[in-house]
Design a protein around this ligand. Structure first.
Ligand code: NOJ
Ligand code: MG
Length: 532
């Protein structure tokens, strides 16, 4: 396809409601593991497009696609060598355009991932930089310390483990907060701003509805790049402001991107993947002139404990409300252990995961669903021999490796690759996934897939869910009960049943429930919605 054609705007029959993102349910497609169209064992854009009806049936409002751009795949595509092409692994630009078109036809918006903190080391700029070109100033090159410059310029560590600096043949070092194949861009350089503005326009012109902004908290580094003076810095991320994360300067970039998004019709949005030490600092990313959403990782990292959850809910809502935004509930994504497993695994983990889904879908704000959580998929325990996460090869920087949550989805059939594609699957799927496939769970009362379908559909039908107010009601320790305008949500986080006065008419429950007229026994680790 020619550049010209790629830039043609697609038809957009998507209904334009105001502020759609405030309570949108957004489904994350990890492209490589969603559906394989060409039988090479790797998920791709044509595969994803063919499976869009699954998302329409689930009832979500939008889909977020992880990076599918030209990339050597040193970090699952988060190492981009060319931001304006589709990697042949995943298809081509015409496939991207067809996917956007088809999604819009089905009433789904499309958000793509943008990776501005770093490029691939194979990006034309970085290659020119290594060859000594002026592009060098677009990255962070520094002489080393020590008599021969043999020590890194400072003590910063890569999020994936080891030093955040790699020495080049000419003796200088370059900064990479992630893998060595992901050199950090220098956002003090005007060419970097200009280039990303052009990249954003390229995809907006192609018709996408917004961007998930990778490492949105990392683009600006503290002046002078001071030492931190402590090791194990990955553990400090999200706990404090670091000289390379959550610097105030990043907000200027987000403001300029907001102006760009607003210059397009159709309410295009920006979503920050930002790790900030507090709900208040996270809320800075969603001030009215900045981005629309920021992932709420405080909830993702919260233990299975009613009072801890209530605290996170309160502080998240207070912080986002103070800047006029809504919050964004996230239980899983492609970087963390799947929550069925985090919540204890097995039957207990699944019970809690189902309850957590109903809880978050009843809270004010927007909710993200990571592919496969609607099937109740557990984390897969993979042998080291098949692991591909760069964090695995770089040592102990990142707790928890990220391959076990990226195993390709089971769609149908009795054995691997369970309808993922005609070929195999790039990571092995477990033997027992037959019962978890989309086909096996469809129409099966009580299945996790049907629970998600009902919850997302009901959320639209019942008054008072989605955006708006909530009010806590008194309830026994270990439980959470709150009212939205027409719905009460009850969560029993305890390992034992708890009795409550029946709050209303049962609308949906994560386990089987038989309420009496006046009192209901809420089973252990369950959540229910009641209309009032
Ligand atoms: C966050 C992405 O979600 C993750 O997968 C990636 O490794 C890092 N950013 C670096 O781009
Ligand atoms: Mg493929």
């Amino acid at each position: 396809m020619t550049q010209e054609l790629a830039r043609t705007r697609t038809d957009q029959p998507v209904p334009r409601t105001t502020n759609w993102w405030r309570d949108a349910v957004i489904y994350q497609v990890y492209v490589r593991s969603f559906a394989d169209g060409d039988g090479d064992g790797i998920g791709d854009l044509p595969g994803a497009r063919a499976r869009l009806p699954h998302l329409a049936e689930l009832g979500v409002d939008a889909v977020w696609l992880t990076p599918f751009y030209g990339s050597p795949q040193a970090d699952g595509g988060y190492d981009v060598a060319d931001y304006r092409v589709v990697d042949p692994l995943f298809g081509n630009l015409a496939d991207a355009q067809a996917l956007v078109y088809e999604a819009h036809r089905l009433g789904l918006r499309v958000i793509v991932d943008i990776v501005p903190n770093h490029t691939s080391d194979q990006h034309a700029w970085f290659r020119a930089a290594l060859a000594g070109g002026e592009e060098r100033a677009r990255y962070h090159f520094r002489p080393g310390r020590g008599a021969e410059g043999e020590l890194p310029p400072n003590d910063w560590e890569s999020v994936f483990g080891g030093p955040a600096w790699t020495r080049t043949a000419d003796g200088d070092w370059y900064l990479h907060l992630f893998a060595a194949e992901q050199p950090d861009l220098n956002w003090e350089h005007p060419a970097v701003h200009k280039e990303f503005e052009s990249i954003l326009r390229f995809w907006l012109d192609l018709g996408v509805d917004g961007f998930r902004i990778d490492v949105a908290h990392g683009m600006i580094k503290a002046d002078g790049m001071p030492d931190i003076g402590r090791r194990e810095q990955a553990k400090m991320i999200g706990a404090q402001v670091l000289p390379f994360f959550d610097q105030d300067g990043v907000h200027e970039i987000h403001r300029s991107w907001r102006r760009l998004l607003d210059s397009y019709d159709g309410e295009r949005i920006g979503v920050a993947e930002a790790w900030a030490p507090s709900a208040e600092r996270l809320a800075l990313y969603v001030r009215p002139d900045e981005l629309h959403q920021a992932f709420n990782f405080q909830f993702l990292t919260c233990a299975w404990d009613a009072s801890a959850m209530r605290q996170v809910i309160d502080s998240s809502l207070a912080a986002t409300t103070s800047v006029g935004a809504t919050t964004t509930w996230v239980l899983s994504n492609h970087d963390v252990v799947r929550h069925t497993t985090r919540y204890g695994g097995g039957e207990q983990g699944l019970r809690r995961a189902r309850a957590a889904a109903l809880l978050t879908l009843a809270l004010p704000g927007s909710a993200y669903v990571y592919q496969g959580e609607e099937l109740g998929l557990p984390e897969v325990d993979l042998p080291d021999s098949v692991r591909q996460d760069p964090a695995f090869f770089r040592g102990d920087g990142q707790e928890g490796l990220r391959d076990g949550c990226r195993v390709p989805l089971p769609w149908s059939g009795d054995s691997a690759p369970y309808g993922f594609g005609r070929g195999g699957s790039w990571l092995p799927q477990p033997d027992g996934w037959k019962a978890l496939s989309v086909a096996a769970q469809s129409g099966e009362p009580g299945s996790t897939l049907e629970l998600y379908r009902s919850a997302i559909t009901l959320r639209k039908q019942l008054t008072g869910l989605g955006d708006g107010e909530m009010e806590w009601l008194e309830s026994p320790v270990g439980t959470l009960v709150f009212r939205r305008s027409g719905v009460v949500c009850t969560l029993n986080a305890l390992a034992d049943a708890v009795e409550l006065p029946t709050p209303g008419r049962l609308a949906l429950s994560s386990v089987e429930l038989t309420p009496a007229a006046d009192v209901v026994r809420l089973p252990a680790e369950s959540c229910a919605w009641w209309t009032v």
